[in-house]
Design a protein around this ligand. Structure first.
Ligand code: MGD
Ligand code: MGD
Ligand code: SF4
Ligand code: MO
Length: 672
């Protein structure tokens, strides 16, 4: 018997990017454990990935190419050879191009794996050569980065691990214990040293439960809260005027602007008390260092980018950037890797149109847009994109030719004409950059690909050959692609060490002496660009278009649909771990339930102008009147809450307003 330990890095779309070690016996992975020497994840994986081997070896894995035999969406397929599947795809794509032009082809991909080459590399050359429509926007991450860039000139922010040096930790719109669990020990460390913890979330999450101070604003109103904090900082002389005068522009204008944003005014907008705002603002204004941690929750609003742009102003005003353990740790980590990763080898200058990925449903159902072929990999848009009824409607078009590369028969793959079998992270080579810490991770394949599954890179090579594309880069193997994308990295050393810290100083104090990436080198409390683009030069609160109320076709209750299950990763694992999680259900405040005659476990309808679902009611003290929540990530038309969600784009940055959704809920009458 041979036994081998193979080190790798988790590929999931998760900020933790954990290191792991697979035990392989005679070519079969028998154990997967967290790598105890990974400096950030330190040994533990998570309830999702602890059972990753069950996923890898699951009977439901797609291991061969499939061609549809039943009606669209029926999930009826037959196994075919790779050669046959490739020739079907090549023929159909050539026919689409001949009849409608390359732009009738839409690629749709996300971060199902966020590995550098398996997420997106050769696909870009492939689709550029076909003249396909380009995918723009993002379900996750771009709005926060663009918002922050408006204030700092880049998405760079603090090293999240430095939260351990904070005296005040503010978890703002992030459910750390669920979504970023390996940061929690660092938060705990700070608390053991006396730090206080503030959590700001419309939902009393498992993270909020542990806070010293929990602030529960109405969704999408945080910018008003920030403006009132700025008001208090200015009013009470808590601004670090030395820092601001050296390293920021627009302070005078901002100070004038926030004069009218009293805590009382913000309290009305946010549904908080003026005293709460006052207390928090004082705490923040007088505690150094204060570290704000935020991730993605707050970007899923129409004013999502404004949230991050405004948040970025706070540690500038307090001068928190001077201190280790101070500042703001956002999803800016990708920005750190930017200088390292050179994707130009995967790009061709193309001038085709683009379509925002959140508008998949709109694009597929609008005949003027004219999409005739759709290619999906690394994502499950039928479950993860907003306004999902429209996505289903579009994907059900018999005249749409759909290709999906998947490991499992997801709701999206069910609509495919051709399904290609994809390998898992245990079967593919890659490197993984993190958006939660500063370590780049190598992933050595631990086992051979199962069945006829291939890494995404190999799929593009085979498709390129089938389509007669001969760009030299299609001849590169995976290691050569990694070398191409990481010109400044010693790839052999990375492979040997498995994890290397980016070459940033430690402690990492990016803005201790200003040096923001803006043209002036200063933080932009006032932004000329935003003023010119019509967003206003200063942080501004704007209510969403879809807000609760009996007008404008909207509905009386706000609906939030964040991640809720420890065993799900977005929509992945819901079909494996679903039985261990309760749900889906509609979580209601007892007051809203009482007003509708709803009791615990009653079957209720939840609907709006986009769709309707029927689920059990769950009365909860995690919410507040006017707010309901449904856990997201469940497969199946009857369980997928994105049927209800808003596909309006965020202000700038290309994200989408999932969480600016309004609904009504009613009891399903017996027999009705
Ligand atoms: N277990 C688990 N972990 C995950 C994931 C998963 O599916 N399951 N997904 C991964 C992915 S892709 C991502 S992007 C991250 C996301 O990590 P987070 O950003 O932490 O997660 P979200 O659930 O999107 O939102 C976080 C919180 O934002 C709150 N929120 C919503 N609107 C507002 C608002 O207007 N203001 C404020 N203050 N808060 C608001 C929500 O109530 C929610 O509790 O998690 C990653 N980790
Ligand atoms: N209502 C609501 N909607 C949301 C969110 C929310 O909080 N609420 N969160 C949003 C966020 S933050 C995100 S990031 C998105 C996530 O949405 P998606 O990116 O669509 O995430 P998943 O649903 O996990 O789908 C990833 C798929 O990729 C496949 N996959 C994994 N590795 C590979 C591989 O190597 N090759 C191939 N070909 N496939 C692979 C997996 O099997 C899985 O089916 O959803 C967004 N949608
Ligand atoms: S999903 Fe996240 S927490 Fe779980 S092992 Fe992967 S990186 Fe770590
Ligand atoms: Mo995400």
């Amino acid at each position: 018997m041979t036994m081998e330990l193979v080190r790798g890095t988790c590929h999931h779309d998760c900020p933790d990017t954990c290191g792991w070690v697979a035990t392989v016996e005679d070519g079969v992975a028998v154990k997967l454990r967290g790598a105890s020497d990974h400096p950030y994840s330190q040994g533990e994986l998570c309830p999702k990935v602890n059972r990753f081997l069950d996923r890898v070896y699951h009977d439901d894995r797609i291991l061969h190419p499939l061609v549809r035999t039943g009606p669209k969406g029926s999930g009826k397929f037959e196994q075919v050879s790779w050669a046959e599947a490739l020739s079907v795809v090549a023929e159909r794509l050539q026919a689409v191009i001949a009849k409608h032009g390359g732009e009738a082809i839409l690629p749709w991909w996300d971060a199902g794996t966020q590995g550098l080459i398996q997420m997106s590399s050769l696909d870009r050359i492939f689709f550029a050569r076909l003249g396909a429509t380009r995918l723009s926007g993002s379900l996750c991450g771009a709005t926060s980065e663009h918002g922050l860039t408006s204030t700092y000139g880049s998405g760079l922010s603090a090293d999240p691990m430095d939260v351990r040096f904070a005296k005040l930790v503010v978890l703002w719109g992030t459910n750390t214990r669920l979504t970023n669990r390996h940061l929690w020990p660092f938060v705990d460390e700070a608390r053991r040293e006396g730090a206080q913890l503030v959590v700001i979330d419309p939902i009393r999450t498992m993270t909020a439960e542990t806070a010293d101070l929990f602030i529960q604003p109405l969704p999408g109103t945080d910018v008003a809260l920030m403006l009132a904090m700025m008001h208090v900082l200015v009013r009470d002389g808590l601004v670090d005027s030395d820092y601001v005068s050296r390293y920021a522009v627009g302070y005078e204008a901002l100070a004038d602007h926030v004069a009218s944003w009293t805590p009382a005014r913000a309290a009305d907008v946010c549904g908080l008390s003026a005293l709460q705002i006052e207390t928090f603002a004082q705490l923040y204004g007088t505690t150094r260092p204060s570290m704000i941690r935020t991730l993605i929750g707050a970007e899923h609003h129409e004013n999502g980018a404004m949230f991050y742009r405004s948040l970025g102003c706070l540690p500038v005003l307090t001068g928190d950037w001077r201190f280790r353990g101070g500042g703001l740790a956002a999803n800016g980590t990708w920005a750190w890797f930017g200088d390292l990763i050179d994707e130009s080898g995967f790009e061709l200058p193309v001038s085709t149109r683009d379509i925002n990925m959140s508008h998949l449903g709109r694009a597929l159902t609008d005949s003027d847009v004219g999409i005739h072929a759709l290619f999906v990999w690394n994502g499950n848009p039928v479950v993860s994109a907003p306004n999902s009824r429209l996505v289903r409607q579009g994907m059900a078009r018999e005249d749409l030719f759909t290709v999906v590369s998947e490991q499992f028969m997801t709701d999206t793959a069910r609509f495919a004409d051709v399904v290609f079998p994809a390998t898992t992270q245990l079967e593919q080579l890659d490197v993984v950059a993190s958006w939660g810490h500063m370590y780049l991770g190598w992933n050595q394949p631990a086992i051979a690909p199962l069945g006829e599954a291939v890494p995404n890179t190999e799929l593009w090579r085979r498709l390129a050959a089938a389509m007669g594309l001969d760009d030299p880069v299609f001849g590169y193997d995976d290691e050569a692609l990694i070398r191409l994308a990481l010109p400044g990295i010693d790839v052999d050393e990375l492979a040997k060490k498995t994890w290397i810290r980016l070459n940033f100083p430690e402690p990492y104090l990016p803005f201790a002496e200003g040096r923001f990436a803006t043209a002036s080198g200063k933080a932009q409390l006032w932004s000329d660009e935003l003023e010119q683009q019509g967003y206003g030069g200063l942080p501004e609160y704007r209510a969403p278009t879809e807000k609760p109320g009996p007008h404008n076709g909207s509905f009386p209750l706000s609906l939030l649909t964040p991640k809720n299950h420890t065993r799900f990763l977005n929509s992945s694992y819901s079909h494996h771990h679903g039985r261990q999680e309760t749900g889906p259900y509609v979580e209601l405040d007892p007051a809203d339930a009482a007003a509708r005659g709803i009791e615990e476990a009653d079957q209720v309808r939840i609907w709006n102008h986009r769709g309707e679902l029927s689920m059990a009611a769950h009365l909860s003290n995690r919410l507040r009147p006017g707010l309901v929540a449904v856990p997201w990530g469940w497969w199946g038309e009857a369980a997928n809450v994105n049927i209800l969600t808003n596909d309006t784009l965020a202000d700038w940055g290309g994200g989408v307003a999932f969480y600016d959704t309004t609904v009504e809920v009613a009891k399903v009458s017996v027999g009705g």
